[in-house]
Design a protein around this ligand. Structure first.
Ligand SMILES: [Zn+2]
Length: 198
């Protein structure tokens, strides 16, 4: 079992959104799942960065807004296991309402999705060689989650920084950061903008 320190983190983002590939050797997790109709761009980024698609074992959306989960169905069809947590499933159907036909969004088939309890996240991550957990951090949206690695790296999606808590539900945003800090978060990997210390 590799330690958290052996994990590599690669940003395969495009169109001003970060998509993170977090890996232990040849077993990797994709955090945030591309924009709709951009499978070609994502594949090009993986090629450029030397990440083979078959090494992406699982995909996790920070939340089901279109620029964070737009390729979920295409990835699923390509064999990536989609991790959907219990607060996330209800958010999936409304994604379609925020797309236009020219976005070429492929609707997510939820019929075979078993939502996962947060209490199992550590065990699920361990299976792919990642030491960490997935936590509910609503505030930007009810279904927002963060991935916190045991080395202190926190992947927070669109959770607003504390000083801009009013951009979301301020109480929930502050509570989210409190939980992340309390569990040892030290560096933030946001969905937009550079990595920053907490
Ligand atoms: Zn969002």
């Amino acid at each position: 079992m590799p330690s958290a320190m052996d994990l590599t983190v690669i940003n395969v983002g495009y169109r001003s959104t970060n998509y993170w590939v977090i890996g232990a050797g040849r077993s990797r997790l994709l955090f945030d799942l591309g924009g709709p109709g951009t499978m070609g761009m994502l594949r090009a980024q993986w090629r450029r960065m030397g990440v083979p698609l078959e090494e992406i074992r699982c995909g996790l959306a920070s939340h089901y807004h279109i620029d964070h989960a737009g390729l979920a169905q295409e990835l699923k069809s390509a064999g990536v296991r989609l991790l959907v947590f219990e607060t996330q499933l209800p958010a999936i159907p409304s994604m379609k309402a925020f797309t236009k036909p020219q976005d070429r969004y492929t609707e997510i088939d939820t019929s075979d999705i078993d939502p996962l309890p947060f209490t199992e996240s550590r065990a699920i991550l361990r299976e792919i060689g990642i030491a960490g957990e997935i936590l509910p951090t609503p505030g930007h949206s009810a279904d927002s989650v963060s991935l916190l690695l045991d080395d202190g790296s926190a992947f927070t999606g669109d959770l607003p920084p504390e000083e801009f808590a009013e951009a979301g539900d301020p109480g929930l945003v502050r509570a989210g950061w409190r939980v992340l800090r309390g569990k040892g978060a030290r560096r933030v990997y946001p969905a937009h903008g550079p990595v920053r210390p907490i």
